[in-house]
Design a protein around this ligand. Structure first.
Ligand code: NAP
Length: 327
């Protein structure tokens, strides 16, 4: 496992880290026993950074991470999020009272005195014009409730606005073979400002593992079923916002670029790590064997120039027109 500096925090985090949404809920059934095994496997592979949120299974994901930490001596840095408990997203909802209450809930779930990294959870674009919200986060740091804070965003433009705030340490954004705009517009800016970048949805919700088929069925409580057209939250969070059948064809083309001996998930994750401005990818996983596979990407040699050009070509020919203008 390799490690990269996260912003100005002084932390060096595993370049393949762990996304803990699926172990909370929203991806069909998950067994806590297996989820814990996946978390332990991640730490055994060298993962020292986990991304979660208060709303993943209404605290279930945070509580599983607390259980992991109780049983391990290793240092594990936990990034959680706040804001999605609002019944309807609004700038006013990010009040001092709400932020404080959400943080207190996360502290309880995580069994800790201070949140390592709190991310605003895809707040409305207008929030970035409200410096007072960032002032409230500064106060929570001052009060010892947060070590650091950052944001999770939907759009590149939001990411660019967020890093104008001097204490924002990290930006979490969708970045993968099917979502390349951050590489063109954002990663260099983040690097200049020494802001960490967490690449989320790195496998396009499992598509880039290469295992999904046109006839794959998802459980009723899996967002790959219930949010395929953005019915519950931003459609970009499901399959990266790419039409399922278009994506499957692109995946088959990407498969043709794989060097021998590496899995498609590893290829997709190694592609992300080719970009210096990325701090880490945070693939989600519910099973230990998926964690093993994903962590293997960290130690792979760099992808060839031909492979990188091939992914770019497939993106430009099949995907870009569908996503570039949206996020
Ligand atoms: N708004 C936000 O801030 C936000 C939104 C989305 C995600 N996130 C964060 O980003 C993390 C990652 O994104 P994501 O979980 O949405 O998507 P992802 O990492 O692109 O895909 C994860 C899913 O792919 C499958 N998978 C993972 N590794 C695999 C492997 N090696 N082989 C085969 N299948 C594999 C698993 O699903 P199955 O086994 O069920 O197929 C897994 O749940 C989340 O866990 C969360 O922490 C944040």
């Amino acid at each position: 496992m390799h490690y990269r500096q996260l912003g100005r925090t002084g932390w060096k985090v595993s370049d393949i880290s762990f996304g803990a949404w699926a172990i909370g809920g929203g991806w069909g059934s998950a067994s806590d026993h297996e989820s814990l095994a996946a978390l332990h496997r991640a730490v055994e592979c060298g993962v020292n950074f986990i991304d979660t949120a208060d709303v993943y299974g209404d605290g279930r994901s945070e509580r599983l991470i607390a259980q992991l930490k109780k049983n391990r001596r290793d240092e594990v840095i936990v990034a959680t999020k706040a804001g999605r408990r609002l019944p309807r997203q609004s700038v006013e909802g990010y009040s001092r009272q709400n932020l404080t209450a959400w943080v207190e809930d996360s502290l309880r779930n995580l069994s800790t005195d201070a949140v390592d990294l709190l991310q605003l959870h895809c707040p409305p674009t207008a929030l970035y014009d409200h410096a007072e919200v960032f002032g409230m986060l500064d106060d929570l740091v001052e009060a010892g409730k947060l070590r650091y804070y950052g944001v999770s965003v939907e759009k590149v433009d939001e990411a660019l606005k967020a890093i104008e705030y001097p204490e924002v340490q990290s930006v979490q954004i969708i970045f993968n073979c099917f979502r390349q705009r951050p590489a063109d517009r954002f990663l260099d800016q983040a690097k200049i400002k020494r802001v960490g970048v967490l690449a989320r949805v790195p496998l396009a919700s499992g598509l880039l593992s290469g295992k999904l088929r046109a006839d794959t069925r998802f459980a009723a409580d899996d967002h790959r079923n219930f949010n395929r057209h953005g019915e519950a939250f931003d459609v970009g969070e499901t399959f990266s916002g790419v039409d399922y059948n278009v994506a499957l064809e692109a995946v088959e083309q990407i498969r043709g670029l794989l060097p021998p001996g590496i899995s498609m998930s590893q290829f997709a994750l190694r592609w992300i790590l080719m970009f210096e401005g990325v701090t880490c990818a945070i693939p989600g996983a519910k099973l230990p064997h998926q964690v093993n596979d994903n962590c293997g990407a960290s130690d792979l040699p760099p992808l060839s120039a031909e492979a990188m050009a091939g992914v770019r070509r497939i993106y430009e020919e099949r995907i870009a027109a569908l996503v570039e203008h949206r996020w």
